[in-house]
Design a binder for this molecule. Structure first.
Ligand code: PLP
Length: 423
């Protein structure tokens, strides 16, 4: 079936809220390129929204999934477990910056599910209920994670009331007028006005906000947040669903800060295209809830675990962390050049290959309409490009870290062409 025929099916049968606004349908994909149902080639700077740090269909990951497929496809880990589940938990405990001396992990399917479980674990371990999150945060689309998400449109608008005992502080964002001191002060105020610290189970933060706009919390800020949590016995949950698994030049963005979380959530590029997420944490905290209180029918599917074990090997074998840092440098150089050349481009930033810039109007304010126009122009020239951000004016690049040099150049030239045409 071609794009038009598939589009007709979509219009007729896919729920409006779940249907993609674009009219192409992916047919096959390889590393940072894909071909649609009409045979048109695309360069993929979205990477399945940060899921494909190792590219579409990395051969070693495909082989690992195939091999697992020939052994066991599903049992439900709640019924009978299997080697890849426990082997992956072991690896995650060895690699994740969470407090020891002993660490444990659990596996689920999506980022939102990991956050849901992190909250359950934190509440069980502390006997407290309050959860503090940040403006612009994105933690998922289930009801609890929607309550934790700090942006109404398009996520929360139609779906209230939200679960309670979720409180919000401003994310440190000096580019948009919130200094780190102001953010920390607001947290202390929150503890006076809305929830007592001794009723607060956890503060949940993305070290680099994903959907919120690729804003980066500095090492100093994260250290201060860690200290604030310790002062009050509050657990620090670090959400690395988007920033984790090599995107920022480290396995986890938190490693740039030198602090450790109590609980860390990971998903997306953890299994590079297979659905899988994890909560990794201090063993005492992780063991705080009763038997059979965590998990689900599909949690930690064997195929996904096999993929994740292969991902960890590939990251090491192919120097993916160094390549992520180098890709980040390249993107930063190019964005800086655009910032100089185009008045409407500003606030370029990156942590490794988690890189973004903003589009501004002639008064220097966020320009979401221009941002949409740049993404649309890129599509006209065969580049899949994503925007994001609290203000909807951030262009983010989540191209696979394994992208070929020539494909990267081609994609960046398409963005440059769009800026030339529109800025
Ligand atoms: C930081 C962060 N947390 C949680 C989620 C939710 O993940 P999922 O869409 O897999 O439920 C996302 C998704 O973009 C995310 O970026």
């Amino acid at each position: 079936m071609n794009n038009a025929e598939l589009n007709a099916l979509k219009e007729e049968y896919v729920a409006f809220g779940a249907a993609t606004p674009t009219t192409e349908f992916a047919d096959r994909a390889e590393n940072a390129e894909l071909w649609d149902a009409d045979g048109q080639r695309w360069i993929d700077f979205a990477g399945g929204i940060g899921v494909l740090n190792l590219g579409h269909r990395h051969p070693k990951i495909v082989a690992a999934v195939r091999a697992q497929l020939d052994k066991v496809m599903h049992t439900s880990a709640a019924v009978i477990s299997y080697a890849p589940y426990v082997q992956l938990c072991q690896k995650l405990c060895q690699l994740t910056p969470v407090r020891g001396p002993k660490r444990k992990a659990m596996l689920v399917n999506t980022g939102a599910e990991a956050l849901e479980n992190a909250v359950k674990i934190a509440r069980a371990a502390t006997g407290r209920t309050g959860i503090v999150t940040f403006d612009g945060a994105f933690h998922g689309r289930t009801m609890m994670t929607l309550a934790m998400t700090g942006k109404v449109l398009p996520y929360k608008n139609d779906f209230g009331p939200m679960p309670g005992d979720v409180f919000r502080a401003p994310y440190p964002n000096p580019m948009h007028g919130i200094s780190e001191e102001a953010s920390l002060k607001a947290l202390r105020t929150l503890f006076k006005t809305d929830i007592a610290p001794h009723r607060t189970a956890a503060i949940v933060i993305e070290p680099v906000q994903g959907e919120g706009g690729f804003y980066i919390a500095s090492p100093a800020y994260l250290k201060a947040l860690r200290a604030l949590c310790d002062e009050h016995g509050i657990l620090l949950i670090v959400d690395e669903v988007q920033s984790g698994f090599a995107r920022t030049g480290k396995l986890f963005a938190l490693e740039h800060s030198g602090i450790e979380a109590d609980l860390l959530t990971t998903a997306k590029s953890l299994a590079n295209g297979m659905p899988l997420s994890a909560v990794v944490g201090n063993a005492t905290v992780m063991d705080g809830s009763g038997p059979n209180s965590l998990g689900g029918t599909y949690s930690g599917n064997p195929l996904s675990c096999a993929a994740a074990l292969a991902v960890i090997e590939v990251i090491e074998e192919e120097n993916i962390l160094e390549r992520s840092a180098a890709l980040g440098d390249k993107l930063a150089d190019r964005f800086a050049a655009w910032e100089k050349r185009f008045d409407r481009v500003g606030h370029a930033r990156n942590l490794g290959a988690m890189a973004a810039f903003e589009l501004l109007d002639s008064d220097g304010n966020p320009d979401p309409a221009l941002t949409q126009a740049v993404c649309a122009k890129a599509r006209e020239h065969g580049l899949i490009l994503l925007s994001c951000g609290f203000y909807g004016n951030t262009i983010r690049v989540l191209v696979p870290i394994t992208v070929e040099e020539s494909v990267l150049e081609e994609g960046l030239n398409v963005i440059e062409g769009a800026l030339e045409a529109l800025c």
